[in-house]
Design a binder for this molecule. Sequence first.
Ligand code: P6P
Length: 335
Amino acid sequence: MSIKKQTLGEFIIENQASFKYTSGELSRLINSIRLAAKVVNHEVNKAGLVDIIGAAGETNVQGEDQQKLDVYANEKFIHTLTNRNIVCGIASEEEDDFVAINSQDENNQNKYVVLIDPLDGSSNIDVNVSVGTIFSIYRRVTPLGTPVTIDDFLQKGNQQVAAGYVVYGTSTMLVYTTGHGVNGFTLNPAIGTFYLSHPDMQFPEDGKIYSVNEGNYIHFPQGVKDYIKYCQMEEGDRPYTSRYIGSLVSDFHRNMIKGGIYMYPKHSKNSNGKLRLLYECNPMAFLAEQANGKASNGHTRIMDIEPTELHQRVPFFCGSKNMVEKVEEFIKKYE
Ligand code: P6P
């Protein structure tokens, strides 16, 4: 007889009391992300089909304007979070500036702001490779009922109250933390319910997988080059396996389960690397640390970095603690 798995809704209610701001607002916020994830999942899963069916010009079979999926995902998450009247502001990779959600209304007692990468790795959609949504949640720092300002978004990662991702892969999973460990929920698409499938997820302290775009090798700092050669050396439990999907959420998810490190270093073409601090690196760093892993820019803890602008990029090394510390050792030799 199969043991009944807890649903995401049951899990949220059961753990609500453990959250220091037990207003229930965060629970409603996680629930709204759950709804948006299901809507986006439905669209992502039929993307290829829509492309084929909707071939006639700019509209699909429903006569709707065909949208790029990342724009679609962005609109769905903003729409859902706005309609549920839970947050006072949203920042997104798809929006130049943050979006104030009627925060100037003095009756607006909404405490939270959300930062999202609505569809990370969206270029993979066209080749049917998994993609993800990443979200990061903070309490606003400006007074309730006043317009949100950039200060509400430029907070250090160590101020996050929750973070997570949705991975639209062979199955769709929602993985998140509120600072009490990391739990993974798998969607049963037949009934549209997420079930607790991966309780208390932990990064193994060591791993044998390294994830980096080695096409950029010649542009990497020498310490990173040396670490990659170290991974490839025949010695002890090495060589490691190279696995790079081109989708941060998927590489992170696999490495968290199996052990491994994800790297997006700075390189001569881009002095800060590619990944965005506020809605990619900080939420993934929060998850990593809650799962006994580590995340740095090569020498500084990601969640201690003082943000200066909404879309700023940082070098990113994240995963099994001992692997991150090893690459930091190699980088340190040249600093
Ligand atoms: P590159 C996707 O665009 C992304 O932000 C991450 O999901 C992914 O790991 C990385 O960029 C891929 O970038 O330069 O290796 O193609």
